[in-house]
Design a protein around this ligand. Structure first.
Ligand code: ADP
Length: 404
């Protein structure tokens, strides 16, 4: 049976999923796993259908020092222990630059193009591309599809896509790309399935995980995002500050004598909930604390989500539905209740019982604004894209030509 491997590679972890293609092109997840702690405390964990544990094994850091070795270990385990044979591979790639507005089958030329966007996402893009390069060299005939976090936002209007800077910089790629696109695309698709009468309306989706952003959607398409040129902009996140006056960056460079690399490290790893609370980037820790720092960090997070709801509602000329997704959005009734209260002026009225049960609709039937919780599934979105791209390419031959 045809099997799709989905790879989501970061700097310290490689997440993978295996899907089997069932009748009428439906996808069934058969294995879900990850190697985390790469180079520090590597650990391979995976589970099968029905969540049964298939492996939980730690490795010496020398055995898995980097993403390439993690791919080899995970690949060997899938092949030799699980006897899985893939027919195609889908990858999450954070940046598709100005040109890639949809998933694409990767060959050497496409990969070279994607490597040009490394300066636009220096912390993510190299890790996303490393597995593609390794697999392309090892299995040159294996179809690989790159799915971009930026693609869903590429239809933004010209005014939304711009910063007020000279056109020359825009032409070379300094644009408001927006990220988390695979998550938003999945949620928009689920809205069409679950509540078709709402799906065409004016929707804000709040993807609140360790990275966090919000997206304005109209007629199922992204029209605006809180993120821009990089995944640093917009909402405060676990360790990133979100929107910050560029003057602060200039201050760090000129007055504090920090190097550009040190500023980058600071902005990606030391700010956000972690920096403001002084104790943790994890909302669960902050909710449990009775100290003033964590309380301030959560207040700031909720306040900023409220501000950005106004910003995105303006891009939509109003608002019909607000959807929570990702770690915090899917699991914390307390944070949803606090955010819901901030949206009272837009007509939100959260039903405490439905909210406590993580129901699909958590707003009261009398609420003017519909408020929902829709769990995201970026990996399934990638698998669907992979199947669609390869079917559209009429690549049945390519799909069955070679297995690994
Ligand atoms: P990522 O953004 O890394 O893909 P998630 O979307 O799963 O991951 O979000 C992870 C974040 O979700 C954690 O950092 C944590 O702050 C938050 N989180 C997870 N579960 C809960 C919970 N029950 N209550 C509050 N926050 C939670």
């Amino acid at each position: 049976m045809e099997k799709i491997l989905v790879v989501n590679a970061g700097s310290s972890s490689v997440k993978f999923r295996v899907y089997s293609v069932e009748e009428r092109a439906t996808l069934q997840q058969v294995i879900s796993g990850q190697i985390d702690g790469i180079g520090v405390r590597p650990r391979l964990k995976a589970s099968g259908t029905g969540d049964e544990k298939l492996i939980d094994r730690s490795y010496d850091p020398n055995e898995i020092p980097d993403v390439a070795s993690a791919m080899r270990v995970a690949g060997a385990w899938l092949r030799d222990v699980q006897h899985v044979t893939f027919t195609s591979i889908g990858h999450r790639v954070v940046h598709g630059g100005p040109n890639f507005d949809r998933p694409i089958c990767v060959d050497e030329a496409v990969l070279a193009d994607l490597e040009r966007y490394v300066p636009l996402a220096p912390l993510h893009q190299p890790n996303n591309l490393a597995p593609i390069r390794i697999l392309l060299e090892r299995f040159p005939d294996m179809p690989q599809v790159a799915c971009f976090d930026t693609a869903f936002h590429r239809g933004h209007s010209d005014v939304a896509d711009r910063y007020a800077i000279p056109d020359k910089l825009y032409a070379e790629g300094v644009r408001r790309y927006g990220f988390h696109g695979l998550s938003y695309e999945y949620v928009a698709e689920r809205m069409r399935e679950l509540m078709p009468d709402r799906a065409g309306g004016r929707i804000i989706v709040a993807h609140l995980g360790s990275g966090a952003s919000m997206c304005a959607i109209q007629n199922g398409r992204s029209v605006e995002s809180t993120m821009g040129f990089t995944a640093l902009d917009g909402l405060p996140m676990g360790t990133r500050p979100g929107q910050i006056d560029p003057g602060v960056v200039l201050y760090l460079l000129s007055e504090k004598g920090m190097s550009p690399a040190a500023v980058q490290d600071f902005l990606y790893k030391e700010c956000g909930l972690k920096g403001l609370s002084g104790i943790s980037n994890d909302v669960r820790d902050l909710l449990q604390s009775s100290e003033p720092g964590p309380a301030l960090a959560l207040d700031h997070f909720v306040y900023r989500i409220g501000l950005y709801t106004g910003y995105l509602a303006a891009s939509l000329n109003g608002l019909d539905s607000f959807v929570f997704t990702a770690g915090i959005g899917e699991r914390s009734a307390q944070m949803r209740a606090r955010i819901g209260e901030k949206l009272g002026w837009l007509g939100a009225n959260i039903d405490p019982e439905a909210n406590g049960e993580n129901a699909l609709r958590i707003s009261h039937p009398s609420s003017r604004l519909g408020v929902y919780v829709i769990p995201t599934n970026e990996e399934l979105m990638i698998a669907k894209h992979t199947l669609a791209v390869l079917s559209a390419a009429g690549s049945d031959d390519a799909v069955h030509r070679r297995t690994a």
